[in-house]
Ligand binder design. Structure first.
Ligand code: ADP
Ligand code: TRP
Length: 336
């Protein structure tokens, strides 16, 4: 990535944030804010597909903002806001819906998965979820989108809509945004319960390490993580549950320790209890400073208010510039 680019990403306020959100998305935000024009937001409109309780929704919006700040997102460097505070986003969503085809939305793997999970709530907002996400991204004419691997199908649709809009109207309003991850390509942080993706909405609680989990809870969840009966002989390929624990260990800063356990695995002398103890200790150390800052920001609603007010203003300024180009391209022009 060379030169100063525009970067956009958001997280749905659907519950407490976890290590998957941190390493899939937030850690990138902190890295990118030093070099690029960054817009990070709380995707509250996206959370409405599952009809959250209003008080929970409001609480989760606040929590997500607090976690952004506690993780090191700096409101002097990046623009931080809540999606529903920027009315230009739903306006762009309307226009993009006109170039989004039903068939391609129905084929989206995340839509198919949601139908499977909630067959009784297949609403139109769920079908057009990727269109709203595209509006979030295209509203700032973003070049890069730091997200976890699960979001790649949505980003592919965003690229399609950017291209389709430009072609239909013979303009070059939108760049085609690309995914970004500090490790080279987007990752999927595994759950501790054997699920392939740690998730606040998909996995069971015991498979997820929340950023706010106290040390004893982290310890308990990791000590109970799924393993197997261990390598039966030297040089066996590392099994998936153990690979998952090693991935987590590397992410929380235990590179050397992970290398050591790989060696032990190869020799078939690994003791899973030692691997788990090390992972628990490293995770607790990693979370400590974040948790301290979460407490500080939670107790400072005045600061949160200031951050968001400044963010809304900057986000709307950028959004309005895009919308002028979009409306003009479409032919929605002022007569009076
Ligand atoms: P969840 O899947 O827990 O409901 P979201 O869908 O709100 O979380 O995800 C917010 C961001 O965090 C997205 O960029 C998503 O790709 C990323 N993310 C969530 N879970 C993981 C994970 N297990 N591994 C990598 N990235 C993840
Ligand atoms: N769909 C994303 C998720 O479930 C959240 C999201 C909404 C998003 N709008 C976005 C991510 C724009 C990146 C850019 O995690």
């Amino acid at each position: 990535m060379s030169g100063r680019k525009r970067v956009v990403s958001g997280i749905r306020p659907t519950g407490d944030l976890h290590l998957g959100n941190y390493f899939g998305a937030i850690k990138n935000f902190v890295e990118l804010q030093d070099k690029h024009e960054c817009y990070f937001f709380v995707a509250d409109l996206h959370a409405l597909t599952t009809h959250p309780n209003p008080d929970n929704l409001a609480q989760n919006v606040k929590h997500t903002l607090v976690v952004y700040l506690a993780s090191g997102v700096d409101p002097d460097k990046a623009t931080l806001y809540v999606q529903s505070d920027v009315p230009e986003i739903p306006e762009l969503y309307v226009y993009l819906n006109m170039i989004a085809y039903k068939g391609e939305l129905e084929r989206c793997p995340t839509f198919k998965e949601k139908i499977r999970q909630h067959p009784d709530n297949v609403n139109a907002g769920l079908l057009t979820y990727p269109v709203l996400m595209s509006a979030d991204i295209l509203i700032h004419r973003a070049h890069y989108v730091p997200v976890g691997k699960d979001q790649l199908p949505h980003l592919e649709l965003t690229r399609t809509y950017a291209r389709r809009f430009n072609n239909l109207y013979g303009v070059s309003v939108f760049p085609e945004p690309e995914p970004y991850h500090f490790l080279g390509e987007p990752i999927k942080v595994p759950g501790l319960d054997g699920t392939p993706k740690m998730s606040k909405t998909g996995s069971s609680e015991k498979g997820v390490i929340f950023l706010t989990d106290p040390p004893e809870v982290v310890q308990r969840k990791i000590m109970r993580a799924v393993t197997d009966s261990g390598p039966q002989q030297p040089n066996m390929p590392i099994s998936e549950p153990i690979q998952n624990l090693l991935t987590l260990l590397r992410l929380v800063g235990g590179e050397e320790e992970a290398d050591f356990f790989v060696e032990q695995y190869k020799k078939a002398t690994i003791r899973y209890v030692d691997l788990k103890k090390t992972l628990a200790q490293k995770t607790i150390e990693f979370l400590k400073p974040i948790q301290e800052r979460i407490k500080e920001y939670e107790n400072n609603p005045q600061l949160l208010k200031q951050v968001v007010e400044k963010g809304i203003e900057k986000a709307r300024e950028s959004a309005q510039q895009t919308m002028e180009l979009v409306r003009d391209a479409i032919g929605i022009r002022k007569l009076y």
